[in-house]
Design a protein around this ligand. Structure first.
Ligand SMILES: [Zn+2]
Length: 261
């Protein structure tokens, strides 16, 4: 799917909305679609996009629906999938694959490698990739993590909305938590969404001061475990884009953060 999508993207004149669709013999239609982000109608060759969602999401949805079209045209891949899965599981796998395809279309490997070469595996790299590919920070996070060679964990952190969790006893609007997290290949840890960031952690400090910060600190797992890491924080509007470069401790066995409590 990734190769299929990357090959499609390479042949496009650009990555703006019009160009994105130009490789497909299909038309584009924006309309209110309730809970759905979009759809692809192969019979009429129309890509439908929910007009009520924010633009960066529409953009990802467009690339996702294009991936559906590419998959439908690839008989080999399609029959492999039908051999391996069925029913709901097949649907889930197809949706996941189309997200992989969307990421590959919007964030070509060359772009990711360029950002990594310039900024290193940092919070800033995450911000640059999201901006240049015009995708959400969460979408950029997974793509960046996948191409990162060093043992790095990325995260997007933000202050939870006051009404996000009525059972939350923290002062309204004051709780800084992880929104999304993903590690480079080989990094077994990740920070679960909702994991709180302590007030004195560099992520909280950078967000409060609105100044980028890079220093030796730790990964604040929800279990309370503090894993040593070089933390790089790039605050942007109400959120912080973060990389945790894990500091290896020779001889210590890796142990997954079970985080069950
Ligand atoms: Zn889909």
């Amino acid at each position: 799917m990734r190769e299929l999508a990357a090959a499609y993207a390479r042949a496009l004149p650009g990555l703006d909305t019009h160009s994105l669709l130009s490789g497909l013999d299909a038309t584009l239609s924006f309309l209110p679609m309730g809970e759905r982000d979009g759809a692809y109608d192969p019979e009429h060759r129309v890509v439908l996009i929910n007009s009520r969602v924010r633009p960066e999401r529409q953009r990802f949805t467009l690339a996702h629906e294009i991936s559906h079209a590419l998959l439908l045209e690839d008989d080999d891949l399609l029959s492999d999938l039908h051999d391996a899965y069925e029913g709901d599981r097949l649907e889930q796998v197809i949706e996941t694959l189309c997200n992989v395809g969307a990421a590959a279309i919007l964030m070509p490997e060359a772009l990711i490698d360029e950002v990594l070469a310039r900024f290193g595996p940092s919070g800033r790299a995450l911000a640059e990739l999201a901006r240049r590919a015009d995708v959400s920070a969460s979408s950029a996070l997974y793509a960046l993590a996948e191409r990162t060679r060093a043992p790095v964990l990325y995260a997007v952190c933000a202050v939870a909305r006051p009404d996000a969790d009525p059972d939350d006893d923290a002062p309204a609007g004051k709780r800084l938590t992880v929104r999304a997290s993903s590690g480079a290949p080989g990094v077994k840890y990740s920070l679960r969404p909702g994991t709180p960031i302590p007030d004195d952690h560099p992520v909280a400090v950078a967000l409060a001061t609105r100044l980028p910060l890079a220093q030796e600190s730790y990964v604040p797992f929800r279990s309370g475990r503090r894993m040593p890491a070089y933390v790089d924080v790039f605050p942007e509007r109400q959120r912080a884009l973060v990389s945790f470069a894990l500091i290896s401790r020779a001889g210590k066995g890796a142990e997954a953060d079970t985080d069950a409590s």
